[in-house]
Design a binder for this molecule. Structure first.
Ligand code: GAL
Length: 390
């Protein structure tokens, strides 16, 4: 009898712990991650200055809340197995840095790996999951990106569930960002394990390219999202990877298309540029509230590719309040003429002539669905509109 009581009590404790985690990512998490711009060249000065810049640029107020330190902050374990941050690059320690991040009204994210070593050869969490989760809780960590290098023969669902359980046990609510690059189809198993899962190989800084180790440009990632949209939703998101906006390669048109499509997919939005030195144009692309609202729409439905005419595509996303978003994108090098009647039924949704049409990049009302939408799209440009019931 006592055994059953004990077991019942443990189940209750674990379900109360789980509840604390469930509501953490009702909409796709937004923030900044150090990897795309800085890779291993990170230190506490850069992170503090980034925290300052995310506030002064208006990004925090636009929704970018998580400041995530990616690979290379960790150097070894001490004799008790506790993970040690690089004392030269982070001399004030992680608790101190976390306190600074929190003092700015932001949330603190960190990175580890389910294998024995991270992708850059730093200590991984395998065999230390519960100890690391306690350490992160003592530092005030709110978000863990958990990678998949050097994972050995582990089963991905089991490995990520172990870290989830460790975070539950440590008791501090932490967003768990699964990063196994889509290799074991996390959309099929990760809904109750993590809040988001990387769905593809790493983004690289280009519009249309692939590299030798599998890195993908913006349009290559877009194509992979045609298959997995139905798996995403409030609390569990397909993650299209961190943004390359402001990193000096994509043109402003390409950057707008990149952000628009990530918003259409309800992807987490993690800026990946140097926030301290970014241009006004970069800030305006990253903080376009009308576009961010499409990403953060409460229904959390991922867009479908509605029409495709060579390099010209039309994507469609249902929104709350019976509204819809459409993206017209030109992936090619020649201009494309848009002349599209939007009165239609797509899946179970019926669109008639009673919608106003708003251009979300120009911040202008451009007519209604009685008439066709008309525009000319330059190379790699996007027209993103919202249909609002009148
Ligand atoms: C990769 C991951 C990247 C970055 C990198 C760090 O596996 O996909 O986003 O975290 O490791 O080494």
């Amino acid at each position: 009898m006592r055994k059953y009581l004990f077991f019942g009590l443990m189940m209750l404790v674990s379900s109360i712990q789980a509840q604390k985690f469930e509501d953490l990512a009702k909409t796709p998490p937004m923030g900044w991650n150090s990897w795309n711009k800085f890779a291993c060249d990170i230190n506490e000065k850069t992170i503090r200055e980034t925290a300052d810049a995310i506030v002064s640029s208006g990004m925090r107020d636009a929704g970018y809340m998580y400041l995530v330190i990616d690979d290379c902050w960790q150097v070894k374990r001490d004799s008790n197995g506790t993970i040690i941050a690089d004392p030269e690059r982070f001399p004030s320690g992680m608790k101190n840095l976390g306190d600074y991040i929190h003092s700015k009204g932001l949330k603190f994210g960190i990175y580890s790996d389910a294998g024995t070593a991270t992708c850059q050869g730093r200590p991984g969490s395998r065999g230390y999951e519960f100890q690391d989760a306690r350490t992160y809780a003592s530092w005030g960590v709110d978000y863990l990106k958990y990678d998949w290098c050097n994972h050995g023969k582990q089963n991905s669902e089991a490995a990520y569930s172990t870290m989830r359980d460790a975070l539950y046990k440590a008791g501090r609510p932490v967003v768990l960002s699964i990063c196994e690059w889509g290799t074991t189809k996390p959309w099929e198993w990760a809904k109750n394990v993590g809040h988001l899962w990387r769905s593809t190989e790493d983004i690289i800084n280009c519009f249309d390219c692939k590299n030798y180790w599998g890195g993908l440009g913006v349009v290559q990632i877009i194509d992979l999202f045609t298959e997995i949209g139905t798996y995403t939703g409030p609390g569990h998101w397909n993650d299209a990877d961190m943004l390359e906006v402001g990193n000096g390669v994509l043109t402003p048109d390409e950057e707008r298309l990149h952000v628009s499509m990530w918003a259409m997919f309800s992807s987490p939005l993690m800026a990946g540029n140097d926030l301290r030195t970014m241009s006004k144009e970069t800030v305006s692309i990253l903080t376009n509230k009308e576009v961010l609202a499409i990403d953060q729409d409460k229904l959390g439905i991922s867009a479908i590719r509605w029409m495709q005419f060579g390099d010209y595509e039309i994507w469609f996303k249902p929104l709350e309040d019976n509204a819809f978003a459409f993206c017209f994108i030109n992936r090619g090098n020649q201009p494309v003429t848009v002349d599209q009647d939007l009165k239609t039924s797509i899946k179970k949704y019926v669109i008639d002539g009673s919608y106003g049409i708003r251009d979300l990049w120009k911040h202008e009302d451009i007519g209604n669905t009685k008439d066709n939408v008309r525009a000319v799209l330059g190379s790699h440009a996007v027209l993103m509109v919202k249909l609002i019931k009148k």
